[in-house]
Ligand binder design. Sequence first.
Ligand SMILES: [Zn+2]
Length: 501
Amino acid sequence: MTKFSATTPIYYVNAKPHLGHAYTTIVADAVSRWHRLLGEDVHLLTGTDEHGLKIQQAADSAGVSPKEFADSIAPLFAQAWERLNITHDDFIRTTEPRHAAGVKKLLQACYDAGDIEADMYRGQYCVACEAYFIEEELIDGKCPIHMKETTYVEEENYFFRLSRFEDRLLKWYEDHPNAITPGFRMNEVIGFIKGGLHDFSVSRKTLTWGIPLPWDPSHVAYVWFDALANYITAVGYGTDDKAFAENWPVDYHFIGKDIIRFHCVYWPAMLMSAGIEPPKGWAVGGWLLVDGEKMSKTTGNVVNPLDLIDVVGVDGFRYYVLAETTYGNDGDFSDEGLIKRFNSDLANNLGNLAARVATVVEKKCGGIGPASSANSPLAAIAATAVAETAQAWATVQPSKALEATWKLISATNSYLEDNEPWKMEPGDAVNTVMGDALEALRIVTILANPALPTTTQEIWNRIGLTGNITDLRIHADTKWGQYTGGTTVVKGQPLFPRLTV
Ligand SMILES: [Zn+2]
């Protein structure tokens, strides 16, 4: 059985889940759902990142221990993913013993390879990033990510000799030219490596909230080294060699563009040092800007995805983030945009199709769905939609995939408008038109299921079909001509009631 595995970043528990977290997670979930429909053995991993200085500081100001603090936030992520219908197979917390065991093994492997060495660090540090910066990277003396003052620090650290990996990384990317999607992100990574790599610190002596280095427990592991390791510790590295051999390397790390350096440069180098194969791929998303700005606690424009669900429903929200933005580019989130897309694509197009099909079947076909015809003009359009949708999901382009699926919805609405079955007398002609519309709708519900898991199943049931869409298979079950009819079609309540701005 073909395997497909994907990961989201593990989210830092210094803040509650926001739109940015939800975005990457929904994309990873929808892509994983598509691969399940292909009949693949899918593994989707998510989790929380719970160590480091920021958590220690947040816990101190809340007057609780760091573990208590993490325990209070981690469930908020698990609950948000449940609410958003995320089908992860595992949720790892970096405070779990299985994770600590793997991190220690990875550190020791890099240390034994001679790639981790003690040294003195002097330079600039951004607490918000938990990262060191060299002078050239600062903008007006400030962290380039947060635009906040960095702190000068001087401390004894263990360093990972990243500078030794330039040639190996370039060679690896040369051999794996499609590893990073979209392609322009690959150029960014190559450019960064060619610009020269600096060793980075992998330990903190002044911090206690972390995983102790196995050979020098007076230091704890740097939070990024600790966090990145989740991708292997969750699948058995350090605890279950057999599981690890079967489940690594992962097909895609889904990440945001702001953490590309850690994921596409540091991480493969750490793995190479430890004698582990790098991931097969990275799918790098842009930012969802809120009214043109990056969400941040400082500007106060943080969007809570759960508030939006109250307005457009879970599927409405999932559809919006998947369809609105080309994955890889920055997107602009706004309430107006959300409502506009909901109304145009869901209320007026898919919702309208489902409702008018049920209405006409009720009035002209006695409420019983007629069978589809073999030589419908919609058959070829459906075949194209299936092929284009499949191609787009395979290359991690959700917006393009949905666009391809929606062409079939629009074509079916046009087909009904051209034929005007609501004006026909009951009989063969109306049965043919409605059987074809039902068949198109049947195919649409399968194709759109990764984006709209609940409402597609609801449409499926309303058009008189049984079983779960998730048990169906792309290609075998999306071929034209499988709506056999003879069952009751139900109209039901509007699935996507039109919203007013
Ligand atoms: Zn920063």
